[in-house]
Write a protein that binds this ligand. Structure first.
Ligand code: CP
Ligand code: NVA
Length: 327
């Protein structure tokens, strides 16, 4: 381990870290996770203060960063949009400079990528992107840890993302494929396929000969031999006005047992960043019964690792904060 040049660094996108730095962080997360299982916590951030800014709602990101902070000896403080009147009364750069003077690190969840980038430019302390419209790097660190827990070697691992191929998850998985050499297949209808120039630009940064990214409308092609089927909601935060349009575009790509069987493998796992629509027990799912992107049978089934993945948000957040603040 310990090549650590991560001290003082931001994580605005996985493109900010090299493949070796991502591996180092994952190894650190594995170490912290096994220590925590024995009740041992590493107080590497003793006396530090962490700000968590949410311009969009959150469950997992919030609980992960709160518990990762306290288990590292730091104090986390949460700010919602209204608390700091972000971009309403005060500019991004002024708020960033205030936060940079008093906090040791900031997790930022917002809308445009440019906003988190501007915040980081002015804060002068490590800033971690807790999701924006373009990327979700702290989620994909947890996804990679979960893949490592399930497969001996993830280099060249075939992974199929199913859904909106242009969204923050699909693009961040593309970066992970380029950095670590995954064989990513994006299964999406034509209207929801990623910009080919962006995929080419990310692949130009590839650090492994085994990095592959393909985009297709063919489930059979995308799933053949795949070790992991990855799901996300069809309507990302901030796009709620496009709900019916998305359902109409994606209803044929709901993840069912039949779709999982197209991998032809018994050891394929199912991942989902969550939240997921798999039951009719939420207000949104009751209003839009066809919005469910995964059958409950798959979500709750033996191949699903979604709650390991969710837990891994906390272990990877802890490694990220410790390495970027303390080194
Ligand atoms: N996966 C994820 O980021 O979940 P939250 O939106 O609940 O934080
Ligand atoms: N694509 C989803 C991810 C949620 C974790 C969204 O942006 O809402």
């Amino acid at each position: 381990m310990a090549i650590s040049g991560l001290k003082g660094r931001n994580l605005l996108s996985l493109r900010d870290f090299s493949g070796a730095e991502i591996q180092e962080l994952l190894e650190k997360a594995e170490d912290l996770k096994s220590r925590a299982a024995q009740g041992q916590y590493v107080p590497a951030l003793s006396g530090k203060n962490i700000a968590l800014i949410f311009l969009k709602p959150s469950c997992r990101t919030r609980v992960s960063f709160v518990v990762a902070s306290t288990q590292s000896g730091a104090h986390p403080e949460i700010f919602n949009r209204e608390d700091i009147r972000f971009g309403i009364k005060e500019s991004v750069r002024d708020i960033a400079r205030v936060f940079g003077r008093v906090f040791d690190g900031v997790m930022f969840r917002g809308f445009e990528h440019a906003t988190v980038a501007e915040f980081a430019q002015y804060a002068g302390v490590p800033v971690w992107n807790g999701l924006c419209d373009s990327y979700h790097p702290t989620q994909v660190l947890a996804d990679l840890l979960t893949l490592r827990e399930n497969f001996d070697d993830i280099t060249g691992l075939p992974l199929t993302y199913v859904g909106d191929g242009r969204n923050n998850m699909a693009i961040t998985l593309t970066v992970a494929a380029a950095k670590l050499g995954l064989d990513l297949r994006i299964l999406a209808p034509e209207a929801l396929q990623p910009d080919p120039d962006l995929i080419a630009e990310i692949l130009d940064e590839r650090e492994s000969d085994q990095a592959r990214v393909s985009v297709t409308t063919s489930a059979a092609e995308a799933l053949a031999g795949s070790a992991c089927v990855y799901g996300d909601v069809w309507v990302s935060m901030g796009e709620e006005d496009q709900t019916q349009e998305r359902i109409d575009l994606l209803r044929d790509l709901k993840v069912t047992s039949e779709l999982m069987d197209l991998t032809g493998r018994k050891d394929t796992i199912y991942l989902h960043c969550l939240p997921a629509f798999h039951l009719l027990d939420t207000e949104t799912a009751i209003a839009h019964p066809d919005i469910r992107e995964v059958d409950d049978e798959v979500f709750e089934g033996a191949q699903s690792r979604v709650f390991d993945q969710s837990e891994n948000r906390m272990h990877t957040a802890k490694a990220l904060m410790q390495l970027t603040i303390a080194g």
